[in-house]
Design a protein around this ligand. Structure first.
Ligand code: WQD
Length: 344
């Protein structure tokens, strides 16, 4: 059974990916300093899978502590690297915090991958690297434009570090460019847990619907789109999780042609903010209290994925719809309110 280190494994996408890996026969070690996550999510992982995950609460910016994990587990075949700060607004206010945390942790991890002969490295990247694309849908060959935030810059620089390192590394690498992750595990035992007021649309919708937020503000409806609000590619977190398992399997089967390959992970469908709101209202039966507010600086007007490569090369297929995203997110929000989760 291949043993995988998942960094940031207590986070939203990381924890859902651990569930998928365990369900597909992997053994998983989690590294997470819980600075932006809750270790209790691993209890939910155990409830869902019946399996336990060894957790190392260490900071990847500490090279010695990171090495110690690899020294203890000399049979690690792969690493999936999620751990990073990811709040666009915070990155604008504190760019050095983002560059230090996101880049030092990556470099330390790559040094360990090299030193301990790990074969496969999968990196959590983002469609943010495309900036405001000139044409959509974007393919993996769409030119990278100037990032709209320091967060986006850390993803662009991280990709460059991995691509340059891969040229002379014995390991094989995959960069996964996520579009907009959303939704929750169908069991409603885990889901998105924003710290403070949610920045992302779907948790802002469900928190408004449950009454935690008084109103949802739509950040602008005067964009050049079909209804004036921004277009995004919302992808269910479980679809995203399974893509990581398929990426590892692709590398294990040595099907990769290059030592660093890139895949877009989006559904290929673009929906506006107002369409997302209406999809929520339709699936939940709840009329949402929202109003049109000013544009949010840094917002991309429209982006969604050409996901042909992920489909053809990884054999990946998005199974969940926008309505599934809304219904699972809503069920999760209701569980949180009822105090029925491991986080309560
Ligand atoms: C989506 C749309 C908002 C909240 C960011 C990161 C990306 C990834 C996902 C980490 C936009 C609008 C939102 C609200 C709104 N993060 N909106 N009212 O900005 O596309 O992507 O999060 O990997 O890298 O850049 O996601 O959900 O914040 O916004 O109108 O209360 O919803 O303006 O048009 P975004 P988002």
């Amino acid at each position: 059974m291949a043993k995988i280190i998942v960094t940031g494994g207590c986070g939203y996408i990381g924890s859902h990916t651990i569930v998928d890996l365990l369900e597909h026969g992997y053994e998983v070690i989690c590294i997470d300093n819980n600075s932006r996550s809750h270790a209790t999510v691993l209890n939910a992982v155990e409830k869902i899978t019946g399996k336990t995950v060894k957790h190392y609460k260490i900071d990847l910016c500490n090279y010695e502590d990171t090495c110690a994990v690899f020294e203890e587990h000399t049979d690690i075949s792969g690493v999936i690297h999620f751990a990073a700060y990811k709040a666009v607004g915070e990155s604008v206010e504190q760019p050095l915090l983002y560059f230090e945390n996101n880049l030092i942790s990556l470099i330390n991890l790559l040094k360990c991958v090299d030193e301990f002969g790990v074969s496969h490295f999968v990196f959590s990247s983002s469609c943010t690297v495309y900036g405001n694309p000139d044409s959509i849908p974007v393919t993996e060959d769409t030119p990278i434009k100037k990032a709209e935030s320091p967060y986006g810059s850390t993803k662009q620089i991280s990709e460059q570090i991995i691509e340059d390192y891969a040229k002379n590394s014995a390991a094989e690498h995959i960069l996964l460019r996520y579009f907009n992750p959303a939704g929750a595990h169908p069991s409603a035992l885990m889901g998105e847990l924003p710290l403070g007021k949610p920045q992302n649309l779907v948790p802002a919708i469900t928190q408004t619907a449950i009454g935690k937020l008084e109103k949802l503000w739509v950040h602008g409806n005067d964009y050049p789109t079909r209804d004036g609000s921004c277009i995004r590619d919302y992808i269910h977190v479980c679809d995203l999780a399974h893509a990581h398992t398929l990426a590892l399997r692709y590398l294990e089967q040595e099907k990769n042609e290059k030592s660093c390959e890139i895949f877009n992970l989006g559904t290929g469908n673009g929906n506006t903010v107002l369409e997302a709101i209406h999809a929520f209202e339709k699936t939940s039966g709840v009329a949402l209290n929202y109003a049109i507010g000013p544009r949010r600086s840094g917002d991309v007007i429209a982006i969604y994925a050409n996901n042909d490569r992920a489909q053809k090369v990884l054999g990946w297929q998005a199974k969940y719809s926008l309505e599934d995203i809304m219904s699972t997110a809503w069920k999760w929000e209701q569980e949180l309110k009822a105090g029925q989760t491991v986080f309560n």
